[in-house]
Design a protein around this ligand. Structure first.
Ligand SMILES: *[C@@H]1O[C@H](CO)[C@@H](O)[C@H](O)[C@H]1NC(C)=O
Ligand SMILES: *[C@@H]1O[C@H](CO)[C@@H](O)[C@H](O)[C@H]1NC(C)=O
Length: 314
């Protein structure tokens, strides 16, 4: 009887042998959410074929060069490292993940993001860097990236060449940062761009902001149904008037009291959801071609970007 028990125990241990401790494995995923892991676990002797690795909610702080270089790393398509207190990521940490498509790094302590870190991942579609601590928008190089989310990350500046190395970018989310002005030139070469989220930034109430939004509206990059708000000298958010000349006139009737606590969590969640759906569609199809056709067709058919974004959810 005891021998039998030992045998059963042994069988159980062998079955679990390929899955890192404190993680749950299925045929194609490794899930170690909120498991108090301080390091990326050892993935060398896996029994399964992981497409998804979810390490979110662990106090990991650092990603080292060989954390994601293991035998089956070329099968991984999605990595969740959000809410992991990350502050340092090695420049080559993701090099071996040949098929990586989605990387979630939101809600961390990143002040810096290495420019070439996803350059060799030729299938990257979505990168979420929201809720981090970048004063300047990180410049990123990727020929394939379609969705870049860096909302709520204290960004004050965007370099004129910030998007130059992202030729395939379609959706850029920059809501809830500290942007006061942005040079429209950064968007001018973005032929695939389809949506830019810029709400809840303290835009200056001046002619430059008017020109920026006129440009973005003319390119259909922003949602025209959503009023553009700027922050005046009294730190009050007001609706940006249509014309540059309006700025000499004080218009108290236009003032809107906007609390400093943003109430657009839902809005942001929606945007990211849409972004994820978009990337899923992409992942499931031939890469970029079908979605591109779908998006261009929808833009023409839809009056409002919002309606279109809602349509995309279905
Ligand atoms: C990590 O991000 C994903 C996708 O946004 C989300 O579903 C998940 O709840 C997040 N995990 C944690 C621990 O916050
Ligand atoms: C704003 O007012 C100043 C003087 O009060 C004037 O010199 C300037 O041309 C005005 N600007 C616009 C855009 O009307």
């Amino acid at each position: 009887m005891i021998v039998l028990l030992i045998l059963i125990l042994e069988v159980v241990t062998i079955v679990q042998g390929g899955c890192p401790i404190r993680c749950t494995c299925t045929q194609n995923s490794i899930t170690c959410v909120q498991s108090s892991l301080e390091y990326v676990p050892y993935f060398e002797s896996l029994d399964n074929n992981p497409v998804i690795i979810d390490l979110s909610g662990n106090p990991i702080t650092l990603i080292d060069i060989d954390d994601f270089s293991f035998d089956k790393s070329d099968q991984v398509k999605e990595i969740y490292l959000n809410s992991t207190s990350l502050s340092i990521i090695d420049d080559h940490a993701f090099d071996e993940l040949e098929n990586l498509q989605e990387l979630y790094l939101s809600d961390n302590l990143l002040h810096y993001f290495p420019e070439e870190i996803i350059r060799s991942n030729e299938n990257m579609v979505l990168l979420d860097l929201s809720s981090n601590y970048f004063a300047e928008m990180p410049k990123i190089q990727s020929k394939s990236l379609e969705v870049l989310a860096i909302a709520n990350s204290r960004i004050e500046r965007i370099g004129d060449d910030a998007l130059d190395a992202l030729p395939n970018l379609r959706i850029l989310l920059l809501q809830q940062n500290n942007l006061k002005s942005v040079n429209p030139v950064i968007f001018s070469g973005m032929n695939n761009l389809f949506f830019v989220g810029l709400a809840h930034n303290p835009w200056l109430c001046d002619c430059k902001t008017v020109e920026l939004f006129e440009f973005l509206i003319s390119k259909r990059f922003v949602d025209v149904t959503e009023p553009v708000r700027c922050q005046n000298e009294k730190k009050i958010f007001v609706e940006l008037g249509g014309k540059c000349a309006d700025f000499n006139v004080t218009k108290p009737s236009n003032e809107i009291i906007v609390t400093t606590e943003f109430d657009n969590d839902f809005y942001y969640a929606l945007m990211l959801f849409v972004a994820i759906i978009t990337s899923l569609v992409l992942g499931a199809t031939c890469g970029t071609c079908i979605t591109y056709k779908f998006l261009t067709r929808s833009v023409k058919m839809s009056e409002s970007k919002n309606a279109l974004l809602y349509d995309l959810r279905v």
